[in-house]
Ligand binder design. Structure first.
Ligand SMILES: *Cc1c(COP(=O)(O)O)cnc(C)c1O
Length: 391
């Protein structure tokens, strides 16, 4: 599309000029219904007035001072996230990959402190944890790892939603320090594990003294129908990472740690120049305010039930549809054939969605959609999917 940027993305031939709520407008003035939210980022939709106002006001006061000084807004954001999650300490950065880097370093440092020379983290196949070298090494996708050897050692991949596979690893080696998993795999195809998966991982971690580290970069911030997806169960992780929905489009990531991991890092062990700046913290605090005031966790659960029910009813029995699944506003429709080009057909029909894992249509709509907008998305996706399978 342009010769000036590295072609790291296959971009669609559309450029947006502005947005409002769940809608975006292109250069020709055409309106699109956004069922992707900039990949689970803009949970509160586009151009949210409270967020725009917070950015403007804070920009006129103080953008950045560095972490060499106290940052009151960062402390306030930490306190609010810890209150909601039941965790003990926060580290702020600028992206999901960086949040997971912090979690990986935390697990390794805790292992090193206990005399383990090769601290190893169990991760899952079809996972996605980011594009930096450590998070790429943790990611369970050979396609995106290709060309970047040597990857980092210290990760063992097991199938997702398979507790026995983890038990086998734990029986055969004594240097495992943590599990790192997504509560629902996002990039891997909206893979929702069995209801007892996370509780069983919690029990295994307790039994073996491991850290349970949950990558909630995509599932967190109310999208799953709870503030954090693990809250669908009666468990608390030792480490949780957040990013995408935390800043509604302003870059911010967080690594939160509970009792077992909160005291692992000391001065000099980790850092970030930009992480948790007054501006980023102020935006995330505003996101928390709006999510709380609108009771958006409950709203996302209701919308998710509505959309999943309608999609299952209208597509569940259609030949070529393998499965319709999801949790809250993380929705996936798996087909029996590749369907990457359905994204262009949706775009032409004025709907933004995405395909992951080559044959899973992924919907990550903003949490602010009305019932009617949810029904519009469903109707449009059902029509597109039926036509795809007929053509
Ligand atoms: C998007 C994503 C990441 C990476 O986040 P970036 O901000 O792109 O670095 C990590 N983990 C999960 C589960 C994600 O969905």
């Amino acid at each position: 599309m342009t010769e000036f940027t590295m072609p790291t993305y296959k971009r669609l031939a559309v450029r947006f000029t502005h947005g409002s709520g769940p809608y975006l407008w292109d250069e020709a003035g055409r309106r699109y219904l956004d069922a992707l939210s900039g990949v689970a980022v803009c949970g509160l939709g586009h151009a949210h007035p409270a967020i725009a106002a917070a950015i403007c006001e804070q920009a006129g006061k103080l953008l950045h001072t560095s972490n060499l000084y106290g940052v009151t807004l960062q402390e306030e954001l930490a306190r609010r996230l810890l209150d909601k999650s039941g965790l003990r300490a926060a580290f702020f950065c600028n992206s999901g990959a960086e949040a997971n880097e912090a979690a990986i370093k935390l697990a390794r440092k805790r292992g090193a402190d206990r005399g383990i020379a090769t601290p190893t983290i169990i991760v899952t196949e079809r996972s996605f944890h980011g594009r930096t070298l450590a998070t790429l090494s943790a990611t369970g996708n050979a396609k995106i790892q290709a060309g970047f050897a040597p990857l980092l050692p210290g990760f063992v991949h097991v199938p997702f939603d398979d507790v026995a596979a983890i038990e086998r690893v734990l029986a055969s080696r004594h240097d495992v320090v943590a599990l790192l998993v997504e509560p629902v795999q996002g990039e891997g195809g909206i893979n929702v594990p069995a209801a007892d998966y996370l509780p069983r991982l919690r029990a295994l971690c307790d039994e073996h003294g491991l850290l349970l580290m949950l990558d909630e970069v995509q599932t967190g911030m109310c999208r799953s129908g709870r503030w954090f997806a693990y809250q669908h169960h009666a468990i608390t992780p030792d480490v949780m990472t957040l990013a995408k929905g935390l800043g509604n489009g302003f870059p911010i990531g967080a690594c939160l740690a509970g009792e077992r991991a909160a005291g692992v890092f000391g001065p000099g062990n980790h850092g970030s120049t930009f992480g948790g700046s007054p501006l980023a913290s102020r935006v995330a605090l505003t996101v928390l305010d709006v999510l709380e005031q609108g009771d958006y966790a409950v709203r996302a659960a209701a919308l998710g039930t509505r959309m999943l029910g309608a999609l299952r009813q209208q597509l569940g029995q259609v030949l070529g549809v393998v499965s319709v699944r999801g949790l809250g506003l993380l929705l996936g429709i798996e087909l029996d054939r590749p369907c990457a080009a359905i994204v262009e057909q949706a775009l032409a029909a004025g709907l933004l969605l995405n395909v992951t894992g080559e044959r899973v249509i992924r919907l990550l709509p903003p949490l602010v959609i009305t019932d009617a907008e949810a029904d519009d998305i469903v109707a449009s996706v059902v029509g597109l999917t039926r036509r795809w399978l007929e053509g």
